[in-house]
Design a protein around this ligand. Structure first.
Ligand SMILES: [Zn+2]
Length: 1007
């Protein structure tokens, strides 16, 4: 929140404005930060037509050329003009702004860029890309209106921030209009050679003063603009001025929803006004938190708040009140009589809404099915009161306000009802439903003229609004990804769904790479160098270094060596790709890496964080060539105790790049006794001691089946699926990477106690294990002890069923799901005891060993280089706020990358299983009152089996106390009991789900 005041400075040269930021801290305190802002008069308009403004200078004294063309584009109704857009247009129509046929010479007021950044980081990044200097094609210019003395506006008393910002945007438009009238010299003729981007081929043109057109979908804002003498158009009216306007219109957010729906009754409660929300949060009657919607029940949400140890439940459409998964919401508790236990049934929207149409939807809050489900829930809650399960009753609440929307682009497909009976020749506008891939998201209503082209396609839509009178959110079509189930469309869909930036690196980023390209070389002779930086590197090319990686690894981050020292101890070295030699802070390359945060690995595709030239060549510690690296060197006793640790930038020459299996074979081959092999044997021996030490200290060995899909390289059609096998050499590398990360964490924390890039893993709250422990106690007489990670590890070891060898694994998989996620943080954010990495049983930890594919490691490298005085640390890595925002982003990217990877495996497994049905062993890992969830370890997939597919639904009863579902089989009325942990035989195949358009693993019980 920012409030600005303005006063003239005493010098009269410029003026000073005070910007007051109110920052709310984690603990809920607000602090005020006052920043002085000097207003300037020398910010250029950056129009090539202007004869007055002096273009800004680069650091080397050269001038940056103006961005906006001398003769900008015109259309059938309007002469040459520049466009100014407001924040909502930027947010909702970013695809149109990027469109090749429209939006050239666009002025983005700085306030718009700032607002976009606050509302949506992905859109912000795309807008930034449009404005980057090298992207000269579209000519987007950011005008620093907040710093210019003629365009800076001060917020009036009683004026909302929105109104103030709208006024600032109008002021910018007005200034441009007046400024260009004064500064454009219209007497000159110019030849068509100068006319960039204009398709007209006339030989000479008159320079005219470009018009300014403000595009805004806010009617009130447009009216005010017109009154101030500014041309203002709605996006739709502007698009209609172009020859391909009709095509473009389909891509535009709808602005006529409100027009068609006026007079409709509200079907959701209205939100409280902001003042009431803030007051309520302050006095503790309302609670703020992030809404998360259950994967199994789209009508069940929960909100974690500061005030309560357990999440507060939000049940049913009315209480969810238009909240979206991930929104920052404000909730109000319901009376205690309405508190409930979390749902034990599966509710999917596709099942409930089958009969609904998009045009004439019944505007009631609940369908009959929903009412039934809710009534059941209510009954159950009442039934539970006073019994043993009373402790399971949880507070419930309703959403009374939404602070921040988590809306993004959604991938989905046209619902079956909307698609029914459509003909490709029908071009009338229709209101249709799009079913999002993400099950936590309700169906989205859009209007389109091209229904025929959209059926059976994966499409991207954006949400515009969720009015109070509309049962569903309303949005518009963005683009089509291709046929449902085609590999291209599904891969792009999962990248979009997980917000992975996968487009090629822009020119500005590639410009940061060494000009020598693949010919770049480490200097041969470093003794005689005059390069101060290079002199500080230690030459380690004599060491017998090798790398050990999975098959076909091209981005080799790490390499190792070990040998015996004269005193009988060992020298061990971990050498990491010196990425920060190439990626300098505050460059487009660095910004891109920071924004991507991580490389993303899909089954048959890798989306790199850094350009290939660095990742797979110049940084990659390939064998037989010299490479720059960042080395951690230890002296260790033969027992694996560290005597001494050193860090140095270095030059190495890897002798061999092994795959895990090859390294294992070499170590095991007794006929091999060369120094490289001996070194590897030392490493293996030490790694076993290190591992034992960690396990004794309570490190966890949590497993989840890691599935590998074999793809045949030619066609990339999936061959078969197998669980990855782990060799000793996997854990050899693992142990030394952990050790290097811990050593580096200690060093950078010592040097930068407030801002060191660290990684923590919190101890799981006991409440997370309540259900699993209850299940273990009742079914197996076992329990998991959460006292410490050591007791947890020991008690997990004891969860053994002699009859069922997989049982221990199963418990570990289920326990993993009760754990918290590890997270990056700047060291100043927590006290030292909270740094602890629970899973690794280490008191401090960071990521240092994979800088090619993780941005956290890039920051850790820079901090370590600063700590050893190799080079000074960039200010952004010494700033708490900047580090917090870096960490927030990489935590999110990391999560998304994992989800995308899993979704990719799921897609391929679905394709493999398409071929034939197979009989497999499965385990029941969740029991609902109307179905079960089964895990098939062989494929690492799980699937729901609904009641109807298990037996006769009429005979079903769910015993909550024993986690058992009882029912009779359909034909011979045999009693069936399905209970948690049970091993079952299932038929597994994949089917294309006609409702969701997604290929799903389908399982049925073998009776
Ligand atoms: Zn100018």
């Amino acid at each position: 929140m920012a409030v600005a005041t303005k006063r003239q400075s005493s010098s009269g040269r410029g003026s000073i404005a005070h910007k007051v930021f109110v920052r709310s801290s984690k603990a809920g305190n607000a602090s005020k930060i006052v920043r002085e802002q000097y207003l300037r008069s020398d910010i250029p308009c950056s129009s090539e037509a202007c004869s007055v403004c002096i273009p800004p200078q680069n650091a080397d004294g050269t001038f940056r050329p103006p961005v906006l063309a001398k003769i900008p584009n015109s259309n059938k109704q309007r002469g040459p003009h520049y466009v100014v857009v407001d924040t909502n247009i930027a947010l909702k129509a970013i695809d149109l702004l990027e469109h090749k046929s429209i939006f050239y010479d666009v002025i983005i007021p700085q306030i718009v860029l700032e607002e976009v950044r606050n509302r949506s980081l992905p859109v912000y990044n795309r807008l930034r890309n449009l404005t980057k200097a090298s992207d000269d094609e579209k000519r987007f210019y950011v005008f620093h209106n907040e710093f210019h003395q003629d365009t800076h506006v001060t917020r009036n008393k009683n004026e909302s921030i929105n109104d103030r910002n709208d006024r600032a945007i109008r002021q910018t438009s007005k200034w441009y209009q007046d400024h260009l009238k004064k500064t454009v010299d219209t007497r000159q003729n110019i030849s068509s050679m100068d006319v960039d981007g204009d398709s007209s081929s006339s030989s000479a043109k008159m320079v005219v003063v470009p018009q300014i057109v403000l595009i805004s979908d806010d009617r009130d804002n447009r009216t005010k603009a017109e009154a101030e003498g500014i041309t203002a158009l709605s996006l739709r009216s502007y698009l209609k001025e172009f020859p391909n306007g009709d095509d473009l219109l389909d891509l535009a957010p709808s602005d006529d929803w409100t027009a068609t729906s006026s007079g409709l009754a509200a079907i959701y409660p209205s939100f409280y006004p902001m003042s009431r929300l803030l007051g309520g949060i302050k006095n503790g009657t309302l609670h703020q938190g992030i809404l998360s919607i259950s994967q199994f029940n789209f009508l069940e949400g929960s909100v974690r708040t500061q005030a309560y140890p357990k999440p507060i439940l939000v049940l049913g459409r009315e209480n969810l009140n238009r909240g979206f998964n991930g929104d920052v919401v404000v909730v109000e508790l319901l009376p205690k009589s309405q508190w409930k236990i979390p749902s034990s049934s599966i509710i999917e929207e596709e099942e409930l809404g089958k009969t609904e149409g998009a045009d004439n939807e019944s505007e009631t809050i609940e369908t009959d099915e929903e009412r039934k489900a809710l009534a059941e829930e209510a009954l159950k809650a009442q039934h539970q009161q006073g019994e043993s399960a009373a402790s399971k009753v949880q507070p419930t609440a309703r959403i009374v306000g939404i602070i921040k929307r988590n809306w993004r682009f959604y991938v989905g497909h046209v619902s079956a009802q909307s698609a029914a009976g459509v003909s490709s020749s029908d071009n009338s506008q229709k209101s249709i439903f799009v079913v999002p891939l993400d099950k936590c998201i309700p169906r989205i209503r859009i209007k389109t003229r091209k229904l025929g082209e959209l059926v059976n396609k994966r499409i991207v839509v954006s949400i515009d609004d969720w009015p109070i009178h509309s049962r569903h959110p309303e949005g518009h079509f963005i683009r089509s990804l291709g046929e449902i189930e085609s590999k291209e469309a599904e891969t792009e869909a999962l990248l979009l769904e997980h917000d992975v930036e996968y487009r090629p690196f822009p020119k500005s980023v590639l410009n940061c790479l060494p000009p020598e390209g693949h010919d770049w070389k480490v200097p041969e002779n470093i003794e005689s160098t005059t390069d101060e930086q290079l002199k500080k590197r230690r030459d380690l090319r004599h060491l017998l270094v090798c790398s050990i990686d999975p098959p076909n690894c091209q981005d080799i981050d790490d390499a190792l060596h070990a040998h015996v020292l004269p005193n009988g101890n060992y020298e061990v070295g971990v050498h990491i790709a010196d990425v920060t030699h190439f990626v300098k802070p505050n460059t487009p390359l660095d910004d891109e890496g920071a924004s991507r945060g991580t490389s993303v690995y899909l089954v048959d595709k890798r989306i790199d964080m850094l350009p290939m030239l660095l990742g797979t060549d110049l940084c990659s510690l390939k064998p037989y060539v010299d490479r720059f690296s960042f080395s951690v060197l230890w002296e260790m006793t033969p027992q694996g105790e560290i005597v001494n640790t050193e860090f140095t930038k270095s030059i190495i020459r890897s002798r061999e790049a092994f795959e895990y299996g090859q390294a294992q074979a070499r170590i095991d081959d007794e006929s091999q006794n060369d120094d490289l092999t001996k070194g590897m044997r030392i490493l293996l021996d030490l790694s076993k001691k290190l591992k034992k030490g960690r396990m004794d200290a309570g490190a966890l060995n949590l497993s989840s089946p890691e599935v590998k899909v074999n793809t045949e390289s030619e066609t990339s059609d999936p061959g078969n699926v197998e669980i990855k096998k782990l060799l000793d050499t996997n854990s050899l590398v693992e142990e030394f990477m952990l050790l290097a990360n811990i050593s580096v964490a200690k060093k950078i924390y010592e040097s930068y106690p407030q801002t060191a890039m660290l990684r923590r893993h919190g101890a799981p709250p006991a409440t997370n294990f309540e259900i699993l422990n209850d299940q273990l106690r009742i079914k197996k007489g076992m329990s998991i002890d959460l006292e410490s990670s050591k007791t947890l590890a020991d008690s997990l070891d004891k969860c053994v069923d002699p009859e069922e060898p997989f049982f221990n694994n199963l418990v570990r998989i289920m326990a993993t799901r009760c754990m918290l996620a590890a997270e990056y943080f700047p060291s100043g954010e927590y006290g030292y005891p909270e740094f602890r990495h629970y899973g690794l049983a280490s008191e401090i930890y960071t990521h240092f060993t994979s800088p090619i594919r993780r941005y956290a490691d890039v920051v850790a490298h820079r901090q370590l280089a600063g700590a050893i005085d190799y080079e000074s640390l960039h200010p952004s890595h010494r700033d708490r706020n900047k580090m917090e925002s870096i960490c927030r982003n990489i935590n999110k990217r990391h999560r998304n990358a994992q989800f995308a990877g899993r979704a990719s495996i799921e897609y391929y497994v679905g394709q493999v299983l398409k071929a034939d049905e197979s009989e497999q062993e499965g385990f029941i890992i969740k029991v609902f009152s109307n179905g079960i969830n089964i895990l098939v370890p062989k494929f690492g997939v799980e699937s729901l089996i609904h009641l109807e597919d298990l037996g006769d639904p009429e005979t079903a009863s769910y015993d909550e106390d024993t986690y058992t579902l009882h029912l009779q089989s359909k034909d011979d009325k045999k009693p069936i009991a399905l209970s948690i942990f049970d091993k079952v035989k299932v038929y597994v195949r994949s089917v294309k789900d006609e409702t969701s358009g997604k290929r799903k693993v389908h399982m049925s019980l073998r009776s």
